[in-house]
Design a protein around this ligand. Structure first.
Ligand code: ACO
Length: 431
């Protein structure tokens, strides 16, 4: 089939270029604009990358209009109901669901790497007791870049794989240690006889004086939330990891950059912000007041957990979590959860409001996730940390994909310069 092209001509100077249209397995056609500057001396402008593809990727597919999310082709609804987090991690990293043997081997490898170096533990002491756990995560995960020199040749695929395994395995240990530091309790070592999520709950809630038996309902809920948060193609934090990694930077430092980006309330920080917002609203009688604030352009307040750059009808993850909220809260004997009732009512009222309807603003993944985390005993300031543990899988999958992509080049956006034109230096005495 002939290549589809679009010819672009600047009538003012007759310069012209042929822009070819590229296609993936699904999704809209993409115009290759790489010849635009070469042939016509023109850049493109797309703040926030609303219509710009930055790479080829075979990991995750989203159709925002239809509310579709698939990991490696598998619908998120099927994975959420039938899989577990480490199986999904394998799928995202390697492209296929594991066989029984592959799955067991992968679990063993991840278990093998759960401990952190004893010297790393002392890094936590440098943080004040009330440091936000995400601040600790940025610092401590970044500091991993100073360890593991034996396997840091990023041009060696095996080294890259070992780094990926280390990050997935150590993230829960570092996350739980951030929490323990925050509440002034001793760190709890990982228990490798437990599965990934049960081990995390153990490190969070056991103490040296008292063991903790993870509740199977809590373990199942955490597996589900981790699956839903594991990847979301070229979102802000993943793009941050890719851009940092494009300079061939240390992978642990790149993941720390991803954590920093995730922390923002417009991204993963929203789950903490939603719970804080629901607590502030407090009661259904206050809903109208807060909706009015969200609609007021002179007020910086936004309805947290609402709206998404890509999903314009519904976020399939939010639909799954809303359903699971009912099950989890009932099974954890927390079925009279006033914040969940408030969230349901807030969603109902917002979805009937012209402001939200016209702008296609729907609940996103974070509108309900905090309610489940709270029911599991996870404090608000750990919600985004939970997101970071899960998204680490997506980050490393994208980093590995990028590092093996022959078209990979250092990321280097251009700009529209709006500063002063050339002018002469004025000696201080003359200013
Ligand atoms: N509350 C009130 N108004 C909103 C909201 C909201 N939550 N979200 C968007 N809007 C309005 C904007 O004011 C804008 O209105 P206008 O056209 O009259 O100016 C319009 O809807 C479009 O919003 P943008 O900010 O341009 O949309 P964008 O795609 O850039 O941002 C974002 C998406 C950041 C998610 C935004 O909807 C938001 O801030 N939501 C709240 C934070 C949140 O829940 N973030 C989590 C996202 S999911 C995730 O990262 C895992």
């Amino acid at each position: 089939m002939a290549e589809k092209t679009i010819t672009l001509t600047d009538n003012s100077n007759g310069k012209s270029t042929e822009l070819s249209l590229m296609g993936g397995t699904e999704g809209p056609e993409v115009m290759d604009i790489s010849s635009l500057y070469r042939d016509m001396g023109i850049f493109t402008y797309d703040p926030g990358f609303v219509a710009t593809a930055s790479c080829h990727s075979s990991i995750t597919y989203i159709d925002g209009d239809e509310g579709i999310l698939r990991y490696r082709g598998y619908p998120i609804e099927q994975l959420a109901r039938q899989s577990n987090f480490l199986e999904v991690a394998y799928l995202l990293l390697y492209g296929e669901l594991p066989t029984m043997n592959q799955c067991e081997e992968f679990q063993d490898i991840i278990r093998y790497h759960t401990m952190i170096k004893e010297t790393l533990k002392s890094f936590f002491d440098g943080f004040h007791y009330d440091a936000h756990p995400m601040g600790i995560m940025v610092g401590v995960v970044g500091s991993l870049s100073a360890f593991y020199h034996d396997s840091l040749d990023i041009h060696d695929p095996r080294h890259r794989e070992i780094s990926a395994h280390r990050m997935i395995a150590k993230m829960p240990t570092i996350a739980a240690a951030s929490f323990k530091h925050n509440i002034g309790e001793p760190f709890i070592y990982p228990r490798n006889d437990l599965d990934y999520c049960a081990n995390f709950l153990h490190m969070m809630f056991a103490t040296p004086c008292e063991d903790y038996e993870p509740d199977p309902v809590a373990v199942k809920a955490m597996n589900l939330l981790f699956i839903l948060h594991a990847d979301h193609e070229q979102n802000a934090s993943t793009s941050t990891v890719r851009l940092s990694g494009s300079s061939q930077a240390n992978p642990f430092a790149c993941i720390a950059a991803g954590i920093a980006s995730l922390w923002g309330p417009a991204h993963g920080g929203a789950n903490e912000a939603v719970l804080n917002m629901l607590q502030e609203i407090g009661d259904v009688s206050q809903i109208d007041k807060y909706l009015a604030k969200a609609k007021d352009k002179d007020d910086s307040f936004r309805l947290m957990g609402f709206g998404h750059r890509v999903y314009k009808n519904f976020d399939p993850r939010a639909t799954i979590i809303r359903e699971v909220c009912h099950e989890v809260l009932e099974n954890l004997a927390d079925n009279n959860n006033p914040l969940f009732e408030l969230a349901l009512r807030l969603e109902e009222v917002a979805l009937e409001d012209d402001y939200f309807v016209e702008r296609k603003l729907y609940p996103n993944v974070d509108f309900y996730s905090g309610i489940i985390y709270r029911a599991l005993g996870i404090p608000n300031n750990m919600f985004t940390v939970m997101f970071a543990i899960a998204r680490t899988v997506g980050w490393v999958a994208h980093w590995m994909e990028m590092m093996s992509d022959p078209q990979q080049r250092i990321g280097r956006p251009r700009q529209i310069y709006t500063g002063a034109s050339e002018r002469d230096y004025i000696p201080m005495a003359d200013r």
